[in-house]
Write a protein that binds this ligand. Structure first.
Ligand code: IMP
Ligand code: MG
Length: 192
């Protein structure tokens, strides 16, 4: 395993800051989340709708920690341009209605920042007639301007301070998703 994948961020990457949540804490918390959420769906086999790409790592660990069978579906959401939030663009699979209509649906997302992504995803899913609709996010950011408006998640893994973060699925321009921990990211201004 390379240095970068250990507990300490890559020493030669000045953009990576403090580790906010270690790989061990992530794994322990996800076990706890699965145990806490699963009873809500006992005997009902939920459909977990993962918001890609950021929630890939979380989904993979969450379903393996889940004590009962679940189904999974991916939807794609894009909003960030580098470290700046923008308009949410959703891409839904063509057979999504068949997969969620009449089923208990749990949206799985990586991080709740402005709340725009979760609201958009839930609005799209509501229109397809799920039996019920809940959501879990692994990280909830405490934004400087106070809590955001819009739909709030039913379960949260970790509350984190208002920094741009990378790792465990979260990226900066497509990079750092592979880190097994969550770290603060500080874009290095090149001046060019
Ligand atoms: P929201 O729509 O503002 O709540 O942001 C949610 C989406 O933006 C998440 O699903 C992430 O994909 C992305 N995002 C928000 N904050 C960060 C961050 O700090 N690092 C990387 N991606 C982020
Ligand atoms: Mg996302």
């Amino acid at each position: 395993m390379s240095r970068r994948k250990t507990m300490n961020p890559e020493p030669n990457d000045p953009a990576l800051g403090d580790v906010l949540v270690s790989a061990d804490r992530l794994q322990r918390r996800i076990l706890g989340l699965a145990a806490a959420i699963a009873p809500t769906y006992a005997g009902r086999r939920p459909v977990l709708v993962a918001v890609m790409q950021g929630s890939a790592a979380f989904l993979a660990d969450l379903v393996r920690a889940w004590p009962e069978p679940v189904d999974t579906v991916h939807v794609a959401a894009e909003s960030y341009d580098g470290t700046r939030p923008g308009r949410v663009r959703l891409t839904l699979p063509p057979d999504l209605r068949q997969q969620v209509a009449g089923r208990p649906v749990l949206v799985v997302d990586d991080i709740y920042d402005t709340g725009a992504t979760l609201s958009e995803v839930c609005r799209a899913l509501e229109a397809l007639g799920p039996a019920d609709l809940r959501s879990v996010v692994l990280f909830l950011k405490h934004r400087a301007g106070g809590p955001p408006a819009g739909r709030s998640p039913d379960w949260v893994g970790f509350e984190i301070p208002d920094h741009f973060v990378v790792g465990y699925g979260l990226d900066y321009r497509g990079r750092y998703r592979d880190l097994p921990y969550l770290a603060v990211f500080r874009p290095v201004e090149s001046g060019r």
